[in-house]
Ligand binder design. Structure first.
Ligand code: 5RP
Length: 238
């Protein structure tokens, strides 16, 4: 029997795949929920329920999985548009502002999302928050040589930044681009995501941060009601 969170992830991944039409160029997100979505696309392709799709992945994780499932892939630079991008998130507020980057993939995820005509987020209900960054730290990808300098500059913005350390490897997490990740907490959470997103990206040595502001078009939420998994379309405030 799958745990409740995994059941919610399955349900929401399945619901998002229903939005895919034959012939679409798709942005394929990263993380455990996005991986279930890629699996579901692979199954539909294999069963002939989807044809002529092209995937653009956002990580090495997605590339390996999609290739194994036989999903035709192109690189980001080989496409001039993406019809629909589907991705997970670490936190979502009621204005559809997001924190992403729990899997350290937010650089490519933001590139793909910003090229997509439609950006759909798939989360389980544990990811919904009233205020961003109260419980999940904001990931910031930095050039390895600049991490201390960026850490000090983040402190000037009242951010406490920890270098993300690897598991099963000595030393820090290295991103798909060969960089490091700082995970940042701002006391009291993030009150103005739009302003903070550009302030952080203006620090020399920062590649990208995990705030996705005014990007999501739709948020699908997997939840359990009376023991049964289902999916809700989150209503956007403001
Ligand atoms: C990776 C991401 C993921 O989408 C995010 O971490 C959510 O992952 P999961 O679905 O495993 O909870 O942003 O960089």
């Amino acid at each position: 029997m799958l745990d409740l969170q995994t059941q919610m992830k399955y349900a929401v991944a399945q619901a998002a795949v229903e939005e895919i039409k034959d012939g679409m160029v798709l942005g394929l997100g990263s993380g455990s929920t996005a991986a279930l979505m890629i699996q579901a696309i692979g199954t539909k392709l294999a069963e002939g329920e989807l044809t002529d799709i092209i995937g653009v992945t956002t990580s090495f994780q997605g590339e390996v999985l999609a290739a194994k499932l036989g999903i035709p892939l192109r690189t980001l630079s080989a496409v001039d548009h993406i019809d629909l991008a589907i991705d997970g998130a670490d936190e979502v507020d009621s204005h559809f502002q997001l924190i992403k980057g729990g899997g350290a993939c937010h650089v490519q995820e933001k590139l793909v999302a910003s090229l997509a005509e439609r950006f759909v987020i798939v989360v389980d209900s544990t990811k919904l928050v009233e205020c961003l960054n109260l419980s999940f730290k904001l990931p910031v990808e930095v050039l390895p040589s600049a991490w201390r300098q960026v850490q000090n500059n983040l402190a000037k913005l009242n951010g406490i930044a920890d270098l993300r350390m690897a598991k099963c490897k000595a030393g820090p997490v290295i991103t798909d681009q060969g960089n490091l990740v700082l995970d940042v907490s701002f006391e009291g959470g993030i009150q103005n995501p739009e302003e903070l997103e550009s302030e952080i990206n203006n620090i020399p040595g920062v590649l990208e941060n995990g705030l996705f502001v005014n990007m999501a078009d739709e948020v699908l939420v997997g939840e359990i009601t009376n023991g049964v998994p289902g999916v809700r379309n989150l209503e956007k405030l403001g």
